[in-house]
Every structure is written in C-alpha cells, then in structure tokens.
Design a protein around this ligand. Structure first.
Ligand code: SIN
Length: 279
C-alpha cells in the first residue's frame, strides 16, 4: 500500500489518496500519515467507505478515541458521534443546531482537550457546507515581536458557557455539565510533538485573561481573534463524499458552514482522540 499526497491550501492542508482504511496502514505508513498531518495541520484522506467501527479503528491509529456523550452517537460504535443537518436541541426548545458554526478549537473547556478531531463525510450536500480552518502557528508567528513577548506568559480561563460565547449552545443534562469544569490554559501553547508555538484561542469558550481587567482582556482577545482569522491564515475545505478530514486542535481553529441548499442533507461521523494538558 502507498499513497499520493496533494497540497490543498497555500500554507496548510494536504489530501492523500490511494488508501482504503478498511485495511489498517502498517507502522511506516501510519508514521508517514502523521508526518503529513504535522506538516500540514489538516489532513484529508480521500475516497473512504467505512462503517462506524472501521472508522473508529482507523482513527485509533492516531490516538485514543474518546467518548463524547453530548453529541448523538452511532448505534454501532459509541466513540463515533453524528453531526447532521438534522441536529436539534433535543433537551431544550427543539431548535435546529449547527454544531461549530463559529471559530473554535474542540473541547478547550476541558483540562486536557482532545488533540485531533476526525470528520468523515458520509453524506455531503451538492454545494456549501465547507469547513474553514485557520493556522494558529502562522497567526502566532505573524504577530509583532512586542505583542508575542507580551502575550507569551498569559493564561486564559475557558468555560463551556462562556459569557463571551457567540452561538446558541444546546441544553445539556446536569451530569454532563458537571463534567465540563472550567479550565485555565496558556494563551500561547507549545505543540507537544512539533515543539512549535501557536496561539491558543477559542472565541466561544474563552472567559477572560488571568490578571487583566475584563475590558482589557476582552479587547486583547478580540484583537487576537481578528488577527488569527484573517483570510491569509485560512484554508477552506470543500467536502467530497468519502473524505476523512483530520485536524490538529493544538494549532488550528475551525468553523462549520450551514449554507447548503434547503432540504439537502449533510451527515458527518466524528471521532476525537485524547490530548494532554496544554503547556
Ligand atoms: C465541528 O466543529 O466539529 C463540525 C465542523 C463541520 O461540521 O464542518
């Protein structure tokens, strides 16, 4: 087995083809896939046809899959969540939910947020429904030296129901909320595998920068978010059915788009793998 690699964005994202993940890659091939991911931050594996258990098993080669009870799960495999155009707030007012409609990195309200997220395009709309990504290494490296020096030591409190949240957040059972305590993370983190520094922002979950007045904290967070999400730092993934897109939450943010034609379906299967506490 071998694969071909194609660069997708100018500064991030690559697609590989020629693989059928129903047959798990051997160790050298898995290491080569990890390298493509480290170099490109977003890795798309084209042309897959995987049942939920096979999807989970292939993703388990990248890390330890985690259970996420707050999203619907496939009946066949508890570690595979469903993200669908039909998602509704089942425990709340029943309104339609678009998961991840604003810039975010996954699970930053946890002490040890997931390292990678894998989304598998089971049904993709005829147009729209792209996922956007932003390169948080580039966003950090592109800051003036003086700003980097100022923000390097700062820490940020993240929480699930942040006062700064931008989106409607679906209602969760009390036991799940209790399992989502706030977490304090560095504003600039060092990737544990590449050792590169990146901005670590989550517009929907950041509450305040420790040690700053709220107004000053809000101003700095707003400035950094605007800086990080400039077009020059972005890649926009146009889905093909059968794509698996793997992204590194430690050095990217992402955002879903629900702009596909009314009545068309978008169905994704999702796995996340365990991470460590950001440093
Ligand atoms: C997510 O934020 O996990 C979902 C992204 C998408 O559906 O494009």
């Amino acid at each position: 087995m071998s694969f071909q690699t194609e660069k997708l964005g100018g500064h991030m994202a690559a697609a590989v083809s020629g693989l059928d993940l129903n047959h798990l890659p051997d160790a050298p091939m898995q290491a080569a896939l990890q390298d493509v991911l480290h170099d490109n931050l977003v890795l798309c594996i084209r042309g897959q046809a995987l049942a939920p258990v096979a999807f989970r098993d292939a993703m388990a080669r990248f890390g330890t899959p985690m259970l996420r009870k707050q999203l619907e799960r496939t009946p066949e495999c508890a570690e595979v969540n469903i993200i669908s155009s039909e998602d509704r707030d089942a425990l709340g007012d029943g309104r339609k939910i678009v998961n991840g409609a604003n810039w975010h990195t996954d699970d930053s309200f946890m002490r040890a947020p997931c390292s990678l997220t894998m989304l598998y395009g089971v049904v993709v709309p005829s147009r729209g429904g792209d996922t956007q990504f932003t390169n948080m290494y580039a966003a950090y490296e592109d800051l003036p030296t003086e700003t980097r020096r100022r923000i390097d030591p700062l820490k940020v409190v993240h929480k699930y129901h942040s006062r700064r949240k931008l989106t409607y957040v679906s209602t969760r059972p009390a036991d799940e909320m209790a399992a989502m305590p706030e977490a304090t993370h560095p504003l600039v983190r060092t990737h544990p595998e590449t050792q590169r520094k990146s901005l670590y922002l989550n517009p929907n979950r950041m509450e305040y920068i420790v040690g700053l007045e709220r107004a000053e904290s809000d101003r700095l967070l707003d400035e950094l978010i605007a800086h990080a999400t400039q077009m020059k730092h972005q890649y926009r993934h146009v889905w093909r059915q059968g794509d698996i897109v793997i992204w590194d939450n430690r050095c990217t943010m992402h955002k879903a788009n629900a702009d596909y034609p009314e009545g068309e379906r978008r169905l994704m299967h999702r796995v996340i793998v365990a991470g460590t506490e950001p440093v």
